[in-house]
Design a protein around this ligand. Sequence first.
Ligand code: ADP
Length: 502
Amino acid sequence: MSSQSAGKPIADILVIDDTPENLALLSQMLTERGYKVRSVTKGSTGLRGAIAVPPDLILLDVKMPQMNGYEVCQKLKADKRTRDIPVIFISALGDVLDKVKAFQVGGVDYITKPFQVEEVLARLQTHLTICKLQKQLQTQNDKLQQEIKERSAAEEKFAKAFRSCPNPIAIATIAEGRFLDVNSSFLSMTHYTQAEILGHTIAEIDLESANATYAQIVKQSQEKGFVHNQEFQFRTKYGEIKTVLLSVELIELAGIPCTLSIMNDITEHKRLENEFISLVSHELRTPMTSMMGALDLLGSGQLGTLTEQGQQVLNIGIKNTERLIRLVNEILDLERMKSGKITMQQVEYDIIKLLAHAIETMQPMAEKAQINLSLEITTPEPINLYIDPDRILQTLTNLLSNAIKFSEPNQTIYIKADKQLDWLQILVQDSGRGIPPNKLQTIFDRFQQVDASDSRQKGGTGLGLAICKHIIEQHNGKIWVESTVGQGSTFYIHLPLKSVNS
Ligand code: ADP
């Protein structure tokens, strides 16, 4: 007896044969090997049984009265419920088996009587395996077809959104920034035609600076997986500067890592905002200057002596008016620089001299706050750079003033200058309160402060770093900050050495 007979049968076999001896023989042979066998003597009964409970395989006698094996097989193959069941024909040695017909009506094989046990089992096993594999293949095929259907539906949805989206969208390779696809909104914003864009890189089409910013944005999106609403500027085909809020997602297109960039054109919005700010600032400057004059006159005592309390109130008035004037001046300064109304007056200048000058300027403020300023320079000889000395001095004093404002008494601020490959690195390092990681980038934007109370408490405007950034970028340099909350901040400036020393 087979060990299988007690457990789950290997397979369910239906035997249709009008000779009871044959049935008994096959039934015994197969049951002993662990198969479940159902035997019937008539074709019509076999058909009904196959429909009611489809077996895994049918052994079918060719020669039977009423309905012969070929007819039974034809009927089985015509019914979708039984069509896939493999049918093996049985024929007696003396019978004439029409092999061609057997295959034509859908049989997969035939065996002849008297049965060779091993042969019957081998053929049975082969066809059961083939059938099982076919079923698996079919299931996988169905699954794949379903996935393809779902994918094409998703792709169609994306393609429709891509084409009809009012926001400019572009797909470019990460490696080179080569445009693979852009939508019509992108073309109308940039004024390029599809042929002028597709297949070309951002560097080929755009300004170098836009390319560098884009590279930074790509780096950020690789680190975070995405970038949302980052301000980005580039030049259109006709040289017009556009400001967009850029969101980048990383995708794969035909196996190539790409960026999907969605833009929101805020050029007009920015222009109106800037126009409004500079208009308001202009209008404010004159009355504020005269207000300051009036307050100074009051303070001078020429119009009578003030009581101590009156003097205190006047001092508050003077302090706040000074702050307002500083704010208005800085707004106008930044707007003029951005609109190109102020250009850098670059000359050859010793940066070491300038650093000493910056420290000298800030020394009184540092002393008042009981802070030490320490200058460290790695090279003894002058370092001549091609710079606008007034603007670089403005940058350095702003960094020093911030470092003093955000340090505690008795702390030291280090100013270091160090020649590196192609640039000079200047750093201003404090051990003050530090800047949280999520503010490290934004504090260089206009009116961005770590704490909303910073401007009130420390007398700042939130514009200093935006101005510094603009000045350094106008010198083809870089400015950034590294910081740990509670331990201090280090502001870095890189200025190119090349222009003078090469
Ligand atoms: P503000 O006039 O407010 O100083 P800035 O643009 O110069 O304007 O600086 C923006 C903000 O960045 C500051 O208000 C402060 O919140 C933060 N900040 C700048 N420098 C430092 C520093 N050295 N340590 C801690 N926070 C700083």
